[in-house]
Design a protein around this ligand. Structure first.
Ligand SMILES: [Zn+2]
Length: 91
């Protein structure tokens, strides 16, 4: 199977079996605000394997960029919480 179709298949699996909680900030994800994140980024040697994929908010994924979870500065984690606070309480 080609790389891309493996990714498409596993991405769909993650969406179906996810608890719809963002893997980065821990808040609920709406269908119109999701992306599938590579936990270890492809640019860092990550794969399309199921174990390396998870649902995250689109905005959280942008902030994460090509970092590993362990490389997140704490202020970025707080930023996630703040973004979600805004999402929940503003129209
Ligand atoms: Zn998030």
């Amino acid at each position: 199977m080609r790389e891309h179709s493996i990714y498409a298949k596993n991405r769909d699996h993650v969406k179906i079996h996810s608890r719809w909680v963002c893997g980065l900030c821990g808040h609920k994800i709406k269908k119109n605000d999701l992306t599938v994140d590579h936990i270890v980024p492809l640019s860092r040697g990550g794969t399309h394997d199921l174990e390396n994929l998870r649902l995250v908010h689109a905005k959280c994924n942008i902030i994460k960029g090509n970092l590993l979870d362990s490389e997140f500065p704490i202020h970025k984690r707080c930023y996630f919480l703040w973004l979600n606070f805004l999402t929940i309480f503003l129209p």
